[in-house]
Write a protein that binds this ligand. Structure first.
Ligand SMILES: [Zn+2]
Length: 238
Protein backbone atom coordinates (compact mmCIF):
# COMPACT_ATOMS: atom_id res chain seq x y z
CA UNK A 1 0.00 0.00 0.00
CA UNK A 2 2.75 2.41 0.90
CA UNK A 3 4.10 2.07 -2.59
CA UNK A 4 0.70 2.85 -4.08
CA UNK A 5 0.40 5.97 -1.94
CA UNK A 6 3.80 7.10 -3.11
CA UNK A 7 2.76 6.50 -6.70
CA UNK A 8 -0.36 8.58 -6.13
CA UNK A 9 1.76 11.41 -4.82
CA UNK A 10 4.09 11.07 -7.79
CA UNK A 11 1.05 11.08 -10.09
CA UNK A 12 -0.16 14.28 -8.49
CA UNK A 13 3.28 15.84 -9.03
CA UNK A 14 3.22 14.92 -12.68
CA UNK A 15 -0.32 16.24 -13.07
CA UNK A 16 0.73 19.52 -11.43
CA UNK A 17 3.62 19.80 -13.87
CA UNK A 18 1.33 19.00 -16.79
CA UNK A 19 -1.07 21.70 -15.60
CA UNK A 20 1.79 24.18 -15.37
CA UNK A 21 2.96 23.27 -18.88
CA UNK A 22 -0.58 23.68 -20.17
CA UNK A 23 -0.80 27.15 -18.58
CA UNK A 24 2.61 28.09 -19.95
CA UNK A 25 1.22 27.65 -23.46
CA UNK A 26 -0.75 30.82 -22.74
CA UNK A 27 1.42 32.86 -20.41
CA UNK A 28 4.75 32.41 -22.19
CA UNK A 29 3.46 33.86 -25.49
CA UNK A 30 1.79 36.59 -23.40
CA UNK A 31 5.13 37.47 -21.81
CA UNK A 32 6.73 37.69 -25.25
CA UNK A 33 3.89 39.84 -26.50
CA UNK A 34 4.22 42.22 -23.55
CA UNK A 35 7.95 42.68 -24.09
CA UNK A 36 7.47 43.23 -27.81
CA UNK A 37 4.62 45.67 -27.22
CA UNK A 38 6.82 47.70 -24.85
CA UNK A 39 9.65 47.85 -27.37
CA UNK A 40 7.22 48.68 -30.17
CA UNK A 41 5.69 51.54 -28.20
CA UNK A 42 9.12 53.13 -27.66
CA UNK A 43 9.91 52.68 -31.36
CA UNK A 44 6.68 54.44 -32.21
CA UNK A 45 7.56 57.30 -29.84
CA UNK A 46 10.93 57.54 -31.55
CA UNK A 47 9.36 57.61 -35.03
CA UNK A 48 6.85 60.25 -33.96
CA UNK A 49 9.59 62.44 -32.47
CA UNK A 50 11.66 62.03 -35.67
CA UNK A 51 8.73 63.13 -37.76
CA UNK A 52 8.06 66.11 -35.50
CA UNK A 53 11.73 67.05 -35.58
CA UNK A 54 11.77 67.02 -39.39
CA UNK A 55 8.69 69.19 -39.45
CA UNK A 56 10.22 71.70 -37.00
CA UNK A 57 13.46 71.81 -38.99
CA UNK A 58 11.50 72.57 -42.15
CA UNK A 59 9.67 75.35 -40.30
CA UNK A 60 12.97 76.72 -39.05
CA UNK A 61 14.45 76.78 -42.57
CA UNK A 62 11.35 78.54 -43.95
CA UNK A 63 11.53 81.11 -41.17
CA UNK A 64 15.20 81.75 -41.81
CA UNK A 65 14.50 82.28 -45.51
CA UNK A 66 11.62 84.65 -44.75
CA UNK A 67 13.85 86.57 -42.39
CA UNK A 68 16.55 86.92 -45.03
CA UNK A 69 14.02 88.35 -47.45
CA UNK A 70 12.65 90.77 -44.83
CA UNK A 71 16.14 91.86 -43.86
CA UNK A 72 17.11 92.60 -47.43
CA UNK A 73 13.88 94.57 -47.86
CA UNK A 74 14.69 96.50 -44.71
CA UNK A 75 18.16 97.20 -46.01
CA UNK A 76 16.70 98.42 -49.31
CA UNK A 77 14.33 100.78 -47.49
CA UNK A 78 17.16 102.08 -45.33
CA UNK A 79 19.18 102.77 -48.53
CA UNK A 80 16.22 104.63 -49.98
CA UNK A 81 16.20 106.82 -46.86
CA UNK A 82 19.38 108.53 -48.11
CA UNK A 83 17.64 109.75 -51.28
CA UNK A 84 14.49 111.03 -49.57
CA UNK A 85 13.21 114.41 -50.85
CA UNK A 86 9.87 115.19 -49.23
CA UNK A 87 8.39 114.86 -45.76
CA UNK A 88 5.63 112.71 -47.16
CA UNK A 89 8.16 110.29 -48.61
CA UNK A 90 10.04 110.33 -45.35
CA UNK A 91 6.93 109.46 -43.33
CA UNK A 92 5.97 106.67 -45.69
CA UNK A 93 9.45 105.14 -45.65
CA UNK A 94 9.76 105.45 -41.87
CA UNK A 95 6.49 103.58 -41.48
CA UNK A 96 7.70 100.92 -43.89
CA UNK A 97 11.00 100.51 -42.04
CA UNK A 98 9.36 100.17 -38.67
CA UNK A 99 6.92 97.64 -40.11
CA UNK A 100 9.85 95.56 -41.48
CA UNK A 101 11.60 95.77 -38.13
CA UNK A 102 8.48 94.65 -36.33
CA UNK A 103 8.04 91.77 -38.76
CA UNK A 104 11.67 90.71 -38.32
CA UNK A 105 11.51 90.84 -34.54
CA UNK A 106 8.32 88.74 -34.63
CA UNK A 107 10.11 86.21 -36.80
CA UNK A 108 13.12 86.20 -34.49
CA UNK A 109 10.86 85.39 -31.59
CA UNK A 110 9.18 82.61 -33.53
CA UNK A 111 12.58 81.27 -34.54
CA UNK A 112 13.73 81.12 -30.92
CA UNK A 113 10.56 79.29 -29.95
CA UNK A 114 11.10 76.82 -32.78
CA UNK A 115 14.71 76.23 -31.67
CA UNK A 116 13.51 75.49 -28.14
CA UNK A 117 10.96 73.05 -29.49
CA UNK A 118 13.66 71.44 -31.62
CA UNK A 119 15.88 70.96 -28.57
CA UNK A 120 13.05 69.41 -26.57
CA UNK A 121 11.98 67.04 -29.32
CA UNK A 122 15.60 66.05 -29.98
CA UNK A 123 15.89 65.03 -26.36
CA UNK A 124 12.64 63.05 -26.59
CA UNK A 125 13.84 61.29 -29.72
CA UNK A 126 17.19 60.36 -28.19
CA UNK A 127 15.55 59.09 -25.01
CA UNK A 128 13.10 56.91 -26.94
CA UNK A 129 15.92 55.49 -29.04
CA UNK A 130 18.04 54.78 -25.99
CA UNK A 131 15.07 53.12 -24.33
CA UNK A 132 14.14 50.74 -27.13
CA UNK A 133 17.74 49.85 -27.90
CA UNK A 134 18.35 49.14 -24.23
CA UNK A 135 15.19 47.01 -24.09
CA UNK A 136 16.11 45.15 -27.24
CA UNK A 137 19.57 44.39 -25.88
CA UNK A 138 18.34 43.37 -22.45
CA UNK A 139 15.44 41.30 -23.71
CA UNK A 140 17.22 39.60 -26.56
CA UNK A 141 18.31 36.72 -24.35
CA UNK A 142 14.99 36.66 -22.46
CA UNK A 143 13.02 36.42 -25.70
CA UNK A 144 15.29 33.67 -27.02
CA UNK A 145 14.82 31.69 -23.82
CA UNK A 146 11.06 32.19 -23.82
CA UNK A 147 10.82 31.03 -27.43
CA UNK A 148 13.00 28.03 -26.65
CA UNK A 149 10.76 27.24 -23.71
CA UNK A 150 7.64 27.45 -25.87
CA UNK A 151 9.22 25.15 -28.46
CA UNK A 152 9.96 22.56 -25.79
CA UNK A 153 6.48 22.50 -24.20
CA UNK A 154 5.10 19.72 -26.39
CA UNK A 155 8.15 17.52 -25.85
CA UNK A 156 8.01 18.06 -22.11
CA UNK A 157 4.31 17.26 -22.08
CA UNK A 158 4.83 14.06 -24.04
CA UNK A 159 7.51 13.03 -21.57
CA UNK A 160 5.23 13.75 -18.61
CA UNK A 161 2.36 11.88 -20.28
CA UNK A 162 4.63 8.86 -20.64
CA UNK A 163 5.61 9.05 -16.98
CA UNK A 164 1.94 9.39 -16.10
CA UNK A 165 0.98 6.33 -18.11
CA UNK A 166 3.74 4.41 -16.43
CA UNK A 167 2.15 5.07 -13.06
CA UNK A 168 -1.52 4.82 -13.99
CA UNK A 169 -1.07 1.40 -15.59
CA UNK A 170 0.35 0.14 -12.30
CA UNK A 171 -2.26 1.77 -10.07
CA UNK A 172 -5.37 0.03 -8.86
CA UNK A 173 -8.31 1.07 -11.05
CA UNK A 174 -10.53 2.16 -8.18
CA UNK A 175 -7.75 4.16 -6.56
CA UNK A 176 -7.03 5.87 -9.86
CA UNK A 177 -10.66 6.74 -10.54
CA UNK A 178 -11.02 8.08 -6.99
CA UNK A 179 -7.92 10.20 -7.53
CA UNK A 180 -9.18 11.48 -10.89
CA UNK A 181 -12.60 12.30 -9.49
CA UNK A 182 -11.26 14.27 -6.50
CA UNK A 183 -8.65 16.02 -8.60
CA UNK A 184 -11.29 17.16 -11.03
CA UNK A 185 -13.81 18.11 -8.34
CA UNK A 186 -11.34 19.98 -6.15
CA UNK A 187 -9.42 21.63 -8.97
CA UNK A 188 -6.06 20.03 -8.15
CA UNK A 189 -4.84 18.47 -4.88
CA UNK A 190 -6.35 15.01 -4.56
CA UNK A 191 -3.58 13.74 -2.30
CA UNK A 192 -2.80 15.78 0.80
CA UNK A 193 -0.67 15.44 3.91
CA UNK A 194 -2.02 15.32 7.42
CA UNK A 195 -1.34 18.70 9.01
CA UNK A 196 -1.69 19.19 12.77
CA UNK A 197 -3.89 16.08 12.89
CA UNK A 198 -6.19 17.63 10.29
CA UNK A 199 -6.81 17.10 6.62
CA UNK A 200 -4.26 19.20 4.69
CA UNK A 201 -6.91 19.99 2.08
CA UNK A 202 -9.98 21.12 4.02
CA UNK A 203 -8.39 21.39 7.51
CA UNK A 204 -11.01 19.23 9.16
CA UNK A 205 -9.76 17.62 12.35
CA UNK A 206 -9.21 13.86 11.97
CA UNK A 207 -10.07 11.26 14.62
CA UNK A 208 -6.90 10.08 16.47
CA UNK A 209 -7.56 6.50 15.41
CA UNK A 210 -7.58 7.57 11.78
CA UNK A 211 -4.33 9.53 12.16
CA UNK A 212 -2.72 6.36 13.54
CA UNK A 213 -3.96 4.37 10.56
CA UNK A 214 -2.74 6.96 8.08
CA UNK A 215 0.65 6.82 9.81
CA UNK A 216 0.80 3.08 9.24
CA UNK A 217 -0.02 3.56 5.59
CA UNK A 218 -1.49 0.09 5.22
CA UNK A 219 -4.55 1.20 3.35
CA UNK A 220 -5.87 4.13 1.44
CA UNK A 221 -7.76 6.53 3.67
CA UNK A 222 -9.76 9.51 2.57
CA UNK A 223 -11.05 12.57 4.41
CA UNK A 224 -14.75 12.06 5.10
CA UNK A 225 -15.31 15.76 4.62
CA UNK A 226 -13.62 16.49 1.29
CA UNK A 227 -12.75 13.03 0.01
CA UNK A 228 -9.06 13.76 -0.48
CA UNK A 229 -6.58 10.93 -0.08
CA UNK A 230 -4.63 11.39 3.14
CA UNK A 231 -0.91 10.77 3.55
CA UNK A 232 1.50 10.91 6.47
CA UNK A 233 4.70 12.78 5.62
CA UNK A 234 6.74 11.21 8.43
CA UNK A 235 6.87 14.30 10.59
CA UNK A 236 6.34 13.01 14.13
CA UNK A 237 6.55 16.44 15.73
CA UNK A 238 3.06 17.48 14.64
ZN1 LIG B 1 -10.54 17.05 3.91
Amino acid sequence: MKEELEQLLELQNIDDQLGELERSKVYLPDMIKNIETDIQSWKEKHAKASEELDKLNRERKALELEMEVAQSELKKAQEQMKAIKTNKEYDALTAQISSFKEKISGMEEKLLETMDEIDAIKEEKEEAQKKYQEMENNNDEVLKNLNREIDSIEDKMRMKEDQRKNITTRLNRRTLSHYERIRKGKGGMAVVMVRKRSCGGCYKQLPPQMVQEIKKGDRLLTCDNCGRILLWDGDESQ
